[in-house]
Design a binder for this molecule. Structure first.
Ligand code: KIV
Length: 290
């Protein structure tokens, strides 16, 4: 029998009890809980998920935040970029995730062109992610130029997360997926963007593919949590795409991805075994028939 890890022991139950012995539903983490983790200097655990089944497993692992990322364009829809993803796609997947997980903080991406054309678009689409999807917060990509819109969202009661460094929605402007902020000017720009976004009211900042030292400087500069992906280990937390960390796509191995499992092999072996048993009529046997 495998020993439960401390993380597993901490996993919330459906029903729990309060100090007076009343039954209460397990509570979803809020931005206050995320800020408390930050204040306690407890690294924040974030992972993407896009459906009920994986969201349920994330609850069992008691991770803090689920991001319904526009990376679903890659890993769910099979596109080369996140550019084709629509607001309706994010809403659909956010709803599925929420049905599978009652404890994680739920953050949904605003996809490409859902906020770039006007602040009104941004406000309306961010509102849709909360009202129709059930997200608790939205994430958008970009720096200082977005600050007036971010401010309006926050004023309207929509918690916002920023995303700097490699911002995949701008892949065509970058000419590929490359590390950002390598030279002094780019590093200074990123620091200024981070500060401006914080001043506009974001409660957390994702840093993607930036040198570890720069991510550390941003984290020191800000008084809100930073979440890194390919940004070293001095950020306030980490995020990975769930299929990447589970080793479900061996064709994709950027340096920042660590595979904590090798499910591609496990799944292919299981599917092959199923195929073999169907063909040999070994399955279904008497134990699996009525
Ligand atoms: O869409 C996504 O999965 C993301 C993470 C890579 C941060 O934005």
């Amino acid at each position: 029998m495998t020993r439960p890890t401390s993380r597993r022991r901490m996993a919330p139950q459906t029903l729990t009890s309060d100090d007076e012995g009343n039954c209460i539903m397990a509570r979803r983490k809020t931005i206050r809980d995320i800020h408390q983790l930050y204040a306690d200097q407890t690294p924040i655990t974030m992972v993407t998920a896009y459906d009920f089944t994986f969201a349920r497993l994330v609850e069992k692992a008691a991770l803090d935040i689920i991001l319904i990322g526009d990376s679903l364009g890659n890993v769910i829809q099979g596109h080369d970029t996140t550019v084709p993803v629509e607001v309706d796609d994010i809403i659909y997947h956010t709803r599925a995730v929420i049905r599978g997980n009652r404890s994680a903080h739920i953050l949904s991406d605003l996809p490409f062109m859902s906020y770039q054309a006007s602040a009104e678009d941004g406000l309306r689409n961010a509102g849709r992610l909360l009202k129709e999807g059930g997200a608790q917060a939205v994430k958008l990509e970009g720096g200082e130029s977005l600050c007036p819109m971010v401010h309006r969202m926050v004023e309207a009661g929509i918690p916002v997360v920023g995303h700097l460094g490699l911002t995949p929605q701008s892949v065509h402007a970058f000419g590929g997926y490359r590390v950002q902020g390598r030279d002094d000017a780019a590093a200074e720009r990123l620091l200024a963007d981070a500060r401006a976004l914080q001043d506009a009211g974001i409660y957390m900042l994702v840093l993607e593919m930036v040198p570890a030292e720069l991510a550390h400087r941003v984290t020191e500069l800000l008084s809100i949590p930073t979440i890194g992906i390919g940004a070293g280990n001095q950020t306030s937390g980490q995020v990975l795409v769930i299929q990447d960390l589970l080793g479900m796509n061996t064709d994709f191995q950027p340096r920042f991805v660590k595979r904590f499992a090798h499910l591609e092999d496990t799944i292919v072996d299981a599917l092959s075994a199923y195929g073999d048993e169907v063909q040999s009529r070994a399955f279904p046997d008497d134990d699996h028939a009525y």
